[in-house]
Write a protein that binds this ligand. Structure first.
Ligand code: 0JX
Ligand code: SF4
Length: 313
């Protein structure tokens, strides 16, 4: 059995930045660091930070006044930020700059009274945070997940309307939703394509390539990771036998019995050591050396705030 590795895979620039913010904050402040929500959706990343003393909370009210709070990579609503300010928390914002960009657009739309349609998955923290940038009591923001949801909307044709999207959606599905949206509301404005980020795009393109060279694909990523779930979905759509795993521990021998070419990819929040462990495990089961496929080179780097650079002067 050959092992082929997707390229690119694993950590994106937003995840690397978020982890560095927390790690440096631990060294600089030498105090308990609270993180609102899982910093990124990966069990191993979270457990490692927990071992270093980081406390993860879902509610700002669970954090003692004047403590240090980090907002997760997925971002928070305006209300959540206000609550943190009220509690006099020191805020370190690990929201990905690409999510922040969408926040700013939604906030602008809210200020300008422009009714907004947001394409995203209900209940996802990024969606809650982004929708929570729209704080206009006169205007409206509508969340849609599908073409059916658009059909349920009752918006007058002459309404000034725009749209934005979650950053980790399926490119293919989102394109067809937007196409339908533009047909239904020809005057709608929005981003040139959508707000899906470079990392999501590159990982989805890489898995399509990988699916043409393999008869099974393992997607490493936690169950609550939207971008990882989209990779599994896409891989299944190509017809390749696909399994999403947290780590090598989930691999079942019967999956790989008759597999000749196995592909491995990892979501944007899954660390590379998990990929390495899967390779070692497969090799113990008889697989050959692993080979990385040719793919898009990623050069994006997001800086952390200056006061969090360690050692700080
Ligand atoms: O569930 P998501 O894919 O949005 O988040 P995850 O898995 O933590 O990936 C990194 C953060 C992505 C934010 O856009
Ligand atoms: Fe940012 Fe994209 Fe990574 Fe999300 S997946 S943290 S939007 S780079």
């Amino acid at each position: 059995m050959d092992i082929l590795l997707a390229n690119p895979r694993g950590f994106c620039a937003g995840v690397k930045r978020a982890i560095l913010i927390v790690e440096n904050a631990l060294k600089i402040y030498k105090k308990t660091i609270y993180v609102k929500h899982e910093l990124v959706h990966n069990k191993y990343v979270i457990n490692k930070l927990r071992q270093k003393g980081v406390i993860f909370v879902e509610k700002i009210s669970d954090i003692p006044n004047k403590s240090i709070v980090v907002f997760s990579a997925h971002g928070v609503s305006k209300k959540t930020k206000e609550k943190a300010i009220k509690k006099q928390l020191i805020i370190l914002n690990a929201t990905c700059p690409l999510v922040m960009k969408v926040h700013k657009e939604v906030s602008k739309a809210s200020q300008k009274n422009i009714e907004t349609i947001f394409i995203g998955h209900k209940g996802h923290p990024e969606v809650i945070g982004t929708i929570g940038q729209y704080n206009n009591k006169n205007g409206k923001i509508h969340l849609v997940e599908s073409i059916e949801d658009i059909n349920q909307l009752s918006i007058k044709q002459d309404t000034k309307l725009n749209f934005f999207t979650q950053t980790t959606l399926s490119i293919k599905n989102t394109q067809s939703i937007i196409q339908f949206l533009k047909k239904k509301f020809p005057n709608i404005s929005g981003p040139k394509k959508e707000d899906i980020c470079y990392a999501t795009t590159n990982r989805q393109n890489a898995i399509i390539k990988l699916s043409k060279m393999t008869d099974m694909i393992l997607v490493i990523g936690s169950k609550n990771s939207s971008n990882s779930n989209r990779l599994s979905e896409l891989s299944k759509e190509t017809g390749v036998f696909t399994k999403q795993i947290e780590s090598f521990l989930d691999i079942q021998e019967e999956w790989i019995k008759n597999i000749k070419h196995i592909g491995i990819t990892a979501g944007a929040s899954a660390p590379e050591f998990l990929v390495k462990q899967v390779i070692v495990h497969l090799q113990k089961m008889g697989a050959k050396k692993s080979k990385e496929i040719i793919g898009t080179e990623e050069k994006t780097v997001f800086n952390i705030p200056k006061h969090l650079i360690f050692p700080s002067h």
